[in-house]
Ligand binder design. Structure first.
Ligand code: FEO
Length: 174
């Protein structure tokens, strides 16, 4: 049985993941509207991933005999100055999610809920990968530059990274 404090914190994380899914969906739409199809594919997929993160939490709470609160989602930001700003906002968001996961694990340790702390390790690893991915992509965007044909090359680069990630996940049965 989940402790009320832990259950509340897990439900807050459900909301964070749901909001992330909407944020990335809005980013995908912005990319689509700005002829950046590779970036759009990246964010459509990332939006789906965040929904999967949310569902994983929902199932965990239910399986542990807890009560899930399905949250209302925030209206996502939908205007960006350029693709670099968009990626930087996504990266900042991922850093906030990582901090939320850290706090959640700390709470579980304080409350001696080893099972939930163990379950959350998966999120810790996932956040580590996501932050590293965004750092790499932002570095490449800076190198390529967003002027002239830069956008074309950025779009190809992001599409390639996305395709590799999708293939790796398919191979791992994720
Ligand atoms: Fe599930 Fe990237 O936060």
């Amino acid at each position: 049985m989940l402790l009320p404090k832990v259950q509340n914190a897990l439900n807050q994380q459900v909301q964070i993941e749901a909001n992330a899914s909407q944020k990335y969906l809005a980013m995908a739409c912005w990319c689509d509207a700005n002829a950046l199809e590779g970036c759009a594919r990246f964010f459509y997929r990332h939006s789906d991933e965040e929904r999967m993160h949310m569902l994983k939490l929902v199932h965990y709470i239910n399986d542990a005999g807890g009560t899930v609160s399905i949250p209302a989602v925030e209206l996502p930001h939908s205007e960006y100055q350029n693709i670099r700003e968009l990626f930087e906002i996504a990266y900042t968001h991922e850093q906030k999610v990582s901090a939320a996961i850290d706090n959640l694990i700390e709470l579980c340790i304080t409350e001696k809920d080893k099972q939930t702390a163990n379950f959350l390790q998966w999120y810790l690893n996932e956040q580590h990968e996501e932050e590293a991915l965004y750092r790499t992509l932002i570095d490449r965007i800076k190198l390529i530059g967003i002027q002239d044909r830069g956008l074309y090359f950025i779009d190809r680069e992001v599409d390639e990274v996305n395709a590799k990630k999708a293939a790796a996940e398919a191979a791992a049965g994720k």
